[in-house]
Design a protein around this ligand. Structure first.
Ligand code: ADE
Ligand code: ZN
Length: 338
């Protein structure tokens, strides 16, 4: 009998909620600062890590946007992506749908092309050298206005064939999904998939808006949906995927204790939840750690782990044939590793 950690490591998994800028490890931050002749406001890698004590989402975002300032060239974005893919490949991850925040970079003067060209190069290399497939999701920063989101979508026009969808991230409270209704309509008209962070810190009404006003294909986080019985019924009944991030929730004080995390309750309610890392360099664990720590804290059964792995591919933007291939691999693995 394998241990849970061994079982999880071998289980084919997808990651559907990963901010690539949130995979910037302090070591790489210092290396890029040196390469780009940038002075960091920290004396050492240890000092950076010591600053990662957050009491809410905004605490984290302030330091996360500051960290992204070392990313200046296509090579930097490529190296960032490859470091992430190498790390997550070791966790048994087969497919990633990664977010990037173009406005974080264009607002400090980088051309739109720098981040996306570097990331696309890293994604192609990861597929060739590690066998990991990936798709890119462009996130709008919700603390900025909708006109800025429209400008970002316009800048992305030459790349629309290489972007799977759009998302909505950054400070949730006070910035409801409905603020971006028009730009989401435009993104849908352009054939893009739609996702949005909702119910991480924001109320259940934001999850309703993401569903009914934006028409999203997936909800990122969604924790607070469990406060509303009607929403639970809607999510479970429609088979909506939630990209849940347990260690992120712990670090940002969305939950007090992993043992009290709502993931198991979501599964019990028939909600299609998945496990993801969000910003692994800041929250203390990549995909594998999120799985093993959550499985232990919530005493998840092997059957529940298999369901979570199946949900991760079923909720992806892969084609039905690609999803079927991954699901068959999961089922074969489960039979071979009872
Ligand atoms: N940007 C990066 N991580 C985020 C999170 N967890 N919530 C909102 N915006 C983010
Ligand atoms: Zn996120």
């Amino acid at each position: 009998m394998t241990t849970d950690a061994q079982f999880i490591a071998g289980l084919p998994k997808a990651e559907l909620h990963l901010h690539i800028e949130g995979s910037l490890e302090p070591e790489l931050m210092f290396a890029l600062a040196r390469r780009n002749r940038i002075t960091l406001p920290f004396a050492s890698v240890e000092a950076v890590r010591a600053a990662y004590a957050f009491s809410n989402l905004q605490d984290f975002l302030d330091i996360y946007y500051q960290g992204a300032g070392v990313l200046l060239t296509e090579q930097d974005f490529h190296d960032l992506a490859m470091a992430y893919f190498r790390r997550v490949s070791a966790d048994g991850c087969r497919h990633v749908e990664l977010f990037f925040d173009p406005q974080t970079h264009t607002d400090r003067g980088l051309p739109f092309s720098v981040a996306i060209d570097g990331l696309l190069a890293g994604m192609a290399e990861a597929q060739a050298s590690l066998g990991i497939t990936s798709k890119l999701i462009l996130c709008f920063l919700r603390h900025l206005d909708e006109d800025a989101a429209f400008a970002t979508l316009k800048a992305a026009t030459p790349y629309l064939g290489q972007i799977a969808g759009v998302g909505l991230d950054s400070s949730e409270l006070g910035h409801p999904p409905s603020k971006f209704a028009r730009v989401y309509r435009e993104a849908r008209a352009r054939g893009l998939k739609l996702v949005a962070h909702a119910g991480e810190e924001g109320p259940p009404e934001y999850v309703w808006e993401a569903l009914d006003v934006l028409g999203v294909d997936r909800i990122d986080h969604g924790n607070r949906a469990l406060e509303d019985q009607g929403l639970i019924t809607r999510l479970a009944g429609s088979g909506m995927t939630l990209t849940v991030c347990p260690l992120s929730n712990l670090k940002l004080c969305v939950v007090d204790d992993l043992k009290a995390h709502p993931l198991k309750r979501m599964l019990d309610l028939g909600i299609h939840a998945t496990i993801n890392s969000d910003d692994p360099a800041y929250f203390g664990g990549y995909l594998g750690e999120n799985w093993t720590q959550t499985a232990k804290a919530l005493k998840l059964s092997r059957a529940e782990l298999v369901t979570l792995a199946r949900n991760s591919f079923a909720g992806s933007f892969l084609t039905p044939a690609e999803v079927a291939t991954h699901l068959a691999a999961i089922d074969a693995y489960a039979v071979a590793n009872p």
